[in-house]
Ligand binder design. Structure first.
Ligand code: SF4
Length: 308
């Protein structure tokens, strides 16, 4: 299928594009988020950590060039590669003036080993002016934009305190697609009270939009988040690893085979994670997904129905 995998992985795509392993360098662009600074909300999404849903970055703010140099030095001990993607991960990375965005993005791109740029943001922080800048960058480098949709269902979005409605997402997708900008959409599995059918509806929705990439996450309960407080007061059932694995396989089976799967499980830090503890053993989750697809004699898109 996709080399040794039964789903269309990002590694497969990178090897096809760049001929070698490609490494993402997580960058904190020193942004904030309208769902935290009071423009839309003050407390953020219920699961959001104080680092704005980013993970492996430095505590005290350092320049983008310094962050990248530090990360390259760490990563080079793990992997042999000269191909890197600058990944603006923390908070909302299009939430600034176009001039400031331009300075930050080009600082990251001004490095010969950087072959592309990934920008994580919210659909309500995408407008024509920002898309113009992104389109300019898209002409000369490998760019994708990540949008945290999490679910297409209003009740679940309200629980998550996402702070925007589905039409806002559709509008951002339209603006980005008009300029051929690749989009990666995040979906969360395990939102309390969300049914199997509703999760499948979210995946079908993404599939029908012919979106470039998807990230599937289990809902992580992290320390010092409002979700931790909620969970302590209203403990809700947490899926076990086998349930999650089966659900991810169900999602992959209906997903458009062209969609690149960037992630099928989370990367929570051990010191921060309350639940699901089993997600710390990422290699086991990945291997169990492979095994389950093999047992089913299945693969990504086996049940995908293209809507013409
Ligand atoms: S949009 Fe992202 S950064 Fe903002 S509150 Fe939600 S998870 Fe946190």
């Amino acid at each position: 299928m996709w080399n040794d995998k039964r789903y269309h992985t990002l590694n497969y795509e990178f090897k096809k594009l760049f001929g070698e392993k490609t490494i993402k360098l997580s960058i904190d662009g020193n942004f904030t988020c309208p769902n935290r600074d009071g423009k839309i909300g003050e407390n953020g999404c219920i699961f959001c950590s104080e680092r704005g849903s980013g993970d492996f970055n430095s505590e005290n703010y350092k320049s983008i060039s310094i962050q990248m140099a530090e990360q390259k030095s760490i990563m080079s001990k793990k992997w042999i590669s000269n191909t890197y993607i600058a990944y603006f991960q923390n908070f909302t990375n299009t939430y600034d003036t176009v001039e400031n965005l331009r300075i930050k993005y080009y600082e990251a791109l001004d490095n010969p080993d950087i072959k592309g740029i990934a920008i994580a943001t919210r659909p309500d922080c995408i407008d024509e002016e920002i898309v113009k800048l992104l389109a300019e960058i898209n002409e000369t480098t490998f760019l994708w934009v990540e949008l945290g949709l999490q679910t297409i269902h209003d009740n679940s979005a309200l629980f998550l305190r996402r702070g925007y409605k589905l039409p806002q997402f559709d509008k951002a997708i339209k603006l980005l697609k008009e300029k051929n900008i690749k989009v990666v959409v995040h979906l969360i599995i395990g939102i309390p009270n969300e049914t199997h059918e509703q999760i499948m509806e979210s995946v079908n929705y993404i599939s029908s939009l012919n979106i470039w990439g998807i990230k599937l996450h289990m809902l992580h309960i992290l320390k010092n988040t409002d979700l931790e407080k909620y969970y302590c007061q209203n403990p809700f059932p947490i899926m076990d690893e086998q349930e999650y694995v089966k659900l991810v396989c169900d999602c992959l089976e209906i997903l458009n085979p062209k969609t690149v799967v960037h992630r099928v499980t989370g990367d929570g830090k051990k010191s921060d994670l309350i639940e699901p503890c089993w997600s710390l053993n990422k290699l086991k989750v990945l291997s169990d997904i492979d095994k389950e697809l093999k047992i089913r004699e299945s693969f990504q898109g086996i049940y995908f129905k293209e809507i013409l």
